[in-house]
Write a protein that binds this ligand. Structure first.
Ligand code: ADP
Length: 403
């Protein structure tokens, strides 16, 4: 018997040289059908697709001249091929910046797209790439509903004081303020905690998204209170290639004495700093952990030191701390980073359970720990699929009226 035709949602997470994608069915709710990536766009693009069990089902090299538009078309073609009679009902997108206007997910039309394009100067390295697949789909599949979810959205619950810089008011009003990022990931983690650790989910938490990009978020009652990223995603922690917090006087010094302009500084603080810059070896934590070089140890030590200091700062913003949650590539996989961060949080009452930290999922703190520590894998694509289905009122029987 043929199963009933069900709606599917194609989720896009587009970066400068890669587009990650995932296809979800809405019935049963958020069932992952496959996920994949086109990497090295602009160089030697490669496509890889895995099924829900993680088995590679497609791997091929794509034409070297493939751009974001072509990559999007390739992905939607592939999506349709892999649907097996199910209906592609919508596309959901990760969009880094929603500015002050867009906090909640929004259905995209030409007006919304124009407003999001105006935010490109606020996130020049991300926003144009996020919008490229939206434009491509609007041109090639104009009837497909599209939804944007924002990395900044989760943080709009913060008090005005947490979102402000101490600069002249006119600049703040123009939009020069702390926005915060990784919000889709944090929102997903909160939703997961409500399922797996309901006793903790509404308490005072620091969520640590430690990947190539890295940030911390203070959360109370499931809402963002403060975070380490600011006006841009370069602020805060040491990252793979981004420097994190830096005295703005350093940038003035480099302009005056090294003749650096905005583009040169951008290159320095976004692409040449962080773990890569300090180690001189790699931006990748696995490579640094495997290295015997002193510079690799120093880069990791700085990475951990900054996390520990910022946890203290966020604990102050919450008036105390009940839980610490690790997520993303390093947070989920690097038990040494978790152990080193936990050691720095001993003063807060955190005691790690070594065996649990080694196992690396769920609660990793000891029974005696005053503060709970957890590892919770993030899933930004699933969160986007959830928002897209909910905003559009999607169900197994097709597009329903929004609730
Ligand atoms: P992105 O921000 O690009 O999504 P990820 O969340 O995938 O990044 O995180 C990438 C980081 O995670 C890299 O530094 C990588 O070395 C690290 N990582 C991934 N797996 C492991 C592992 N098993 N041990 C240590 N670090 C890991």
């Amino acid at each position: 018997m043929t199963p009933p035709m069900s709606d599917c949602i194609l989720v896009f997470n587009a970066g400068s040289s890669s587009i990650k994608f995932a296809l979800y069915g809405v019935e049963p709710l958020e069932s992952l059908l496959f996920r994949g990536e086109i990497e090295k766009i602009g160089l030697a693009p490669e496509l890889a697709v895995h099924d829900a069990a993680g088995k590679k089902i497609v791997a091929r090299t794509l034409p070297a001249d493939l751009d974001h538009d072509g990559a999007t078309r390739e992905i939607s073609r592939l999506g349709k091929d892999l649907l097996h009679g199910q209906r592609l009902a919508a596309a959901g997108h990760r969009v880094v910046h929603g500015g002050t206007e867009y906090a909640a997910p929004v259905r995209i039309d030409s007006e919304v797209l124009a407003a999001l394009a105006k935010l490109e100067p606020l996130a020049p390295l991300h926003q144009p790439h996020n919008l490229a697949p939206i434009r491509a789909l609007a041109a090639h599949a104009p009837d497909l509903p599209q939804v944007a979810c924002f990395d900044t959205g989760f943080h709009r619950s913060q008090a005005p004081v947490a979102q402000a810089f101490a600069i002249p008011r006119a600049l703040s009003e123009e939009g020069v303020r702390r926005y915060g990022f990784h919000g889709i990931s944090y929102e997903y983690i909160v939703s997961r905690l409500r399922e797996i650790a309901p006793h903790l989910a509404e308490r005072r938490l620091v969520l640590a998204h430690l990947g190539n990009g890295a940030s911390l978020c203070a959360v109370r009652n499931g809402r963002s209170v403060a975070n380490t990223m600011g006006f841009t995603a370069v602020e805060g922690l040491v990252m793979g290639t981004r420097c994190g917090a830096i005295d703005p006087g350093v940038l003035l010094y480099l302009m005056d004495t090294h003749g650096m302009d905005a583009r040169a500084l951008e290159d320095l603080i976004y692409r040449k700093s962080g773990l890569l810059g300090v180690s001189g070896i790699s931006s990748d934590m696995r490579t640094l952990r495997a290295s015997q070089e002193q510079a690799a140890h120093e880069a990791i030590a700085l990475f951990v030191y900054r996390i520990v200091r910022e946890i203290g700062s966020l604990a102050a913003s919450l008036g105390g701390l009940d839980g610490l949650v690790f997520t993303a590539g390093i947070g989920e996989n690097d038990k040494a980073t978790r152990a080193e961060v936990a050691a720095g949080c001993g003063w807060l009452g955190l005691v790690l359970d070594e065996a649990r930290n080694h196992a690396g999922e769920g609660r990793i703190s000891a029974e005696t720990s005053r503060l709970e520590a957890w590892v919770v894998p993030t899933d930004e694509e699933r969160m986007i699929a959830r928002h897209t289905a909910s905003l559009l009122g999607l169900s197994a029987s097709g597009l329903a009226a929004p609730p």
